[in-house]
Design a protein. Structure first.
Length: 309
């Protein structure tokens, strides 16, 4: 990375090398002691675990609607009508679709009756409010954030695909379901592929590996990209504080998932770290090597110059 407030490339790679080594060391521990760690930390009635089961998903669920609002209000920067319509459709799908899945698939404190109707109503209401709030934001700000909005949507969708495919490949039984069975015969190490595994009990979800909640929590790192956009945040101290806070939040959610009997240590490690790697890759593609400024539309301003962020 550049040295104008950003970490130098050497520092960046050094930090990530240490993080990788730390991840590998913990995976070695998890490979041998996954089950024992859950025995020690298990507390299915923990308020701490219930709380972070809910808020731990917020970063991923919020990213798509926020990105959708930004994209929606940048449609005005395109000349052709079909482009403006297409951009608005994509923005609306992201806004209302993102909020729908927040209400429909998000973790809740209690069971919600008429879940589909509840989710559609919630998505319509919060989606409308989101677009109204977006209409209050200055046009210049929305223009500046256009690339960030696209980044939020792309990063979230790519991560979701990787995590969900991995769950269906490894089909790992959850610790809480083993507790219901009264034995741990269904335990499998994280590296064992179980495609097509027979599920003797349809009430059990064989989706323990990797952890979706920890992956969602790791989406909080998207806040660090704001340092690439706003000069006031492009300072080493600010970047360091933001990265530490994002890591701490992800780590707390990961621990909560183990305490809640939902995942093993290896589940949360891979869910969080893989998401972080996807984040780093997407961030580099969108914002690396000073690529923030780019042509977002073909519309000309009054001076005949292309609008840019």
């Amino acid at each position: 990375m550049e040295k104008d407030g950003r970490f130098s490339r050497k520092v960046f790679w050094a930090i990530n090398a240490i993080a990788c080594a730390f991840f590998i060391a913990l995976m070695v521990v998890a490979t041998k002691y996954d089950l024992e760690i859950n025995h020690a930390l298990s507390d299915g009635d923990s308020f701490f675990a219930d709380l972070f089961a809910i808020i731990g998903e917020f970063p991923a669920y919020f990213a798509v609607p926020v990105g959708g609002v930004i994209v929606f209000f940048n449609a005005q920067n395109f000349n052709e009508e079909y482009k403006r319509v297409l951009i608005r459709i994509v923005g609306c799908l992201a806004v209302f679709g993102g909020w729908f899945f927040f209400f429909y698939a998000g973790t809740k404190l209690t069971d919600v009756p008429h879940l589909l109707g509840f989710s559609l109503t919630g998505a319509a209401g919060i989606g409308a409010v989101s677009l109204w709030v977006g209409s209050l934001v200055k046009k210049e700000t929305m223009n500046k954030l256009f690339k960030y909005g696209v980044f939020l949507i792309v990063f979230t969708l790519v991560t979701l695909a990787v995590i969900q495919i991995s769950k269906n490949v490894f089909c790992r039984m959850r610790y809480r379901d083993m507790l219901k069975e009264g034995n741990f015969d269904g335990f499998t190490p994280w590296y064992k592929i179980n495609i097509g595994r027979e599920n003797p009990n349809p009430d059990y979800h064989y989706t323990s590996f990797p952890s979706g909640h920890t992956s969602s929590a790791a989406h909080v790192f998207v806040l660090c990209v704001l340092c690439d956009i706003y000069p006031a945040l492009n300072k080493k101290r600010v970047r360091a504080i933001m990265n530490v806070c994002c890591f701490a939040f992800t780590a707390v959610v990961a621990i909560a998932r183990i305490v809640d009997d939902a995942h093993f240590l290896s589940d949360v490690l891979v869910g969080g770290y893989v998401t972080y790697l996807i984040f780093v890759l997407c961030r580099y593609i969108f914002f690396g090597k000073g690529k923030y400024n780019f042509r977002i539309a073909d519309k000309k301003d009054e001076e005949g110059e292309s609008l840019e962020q």
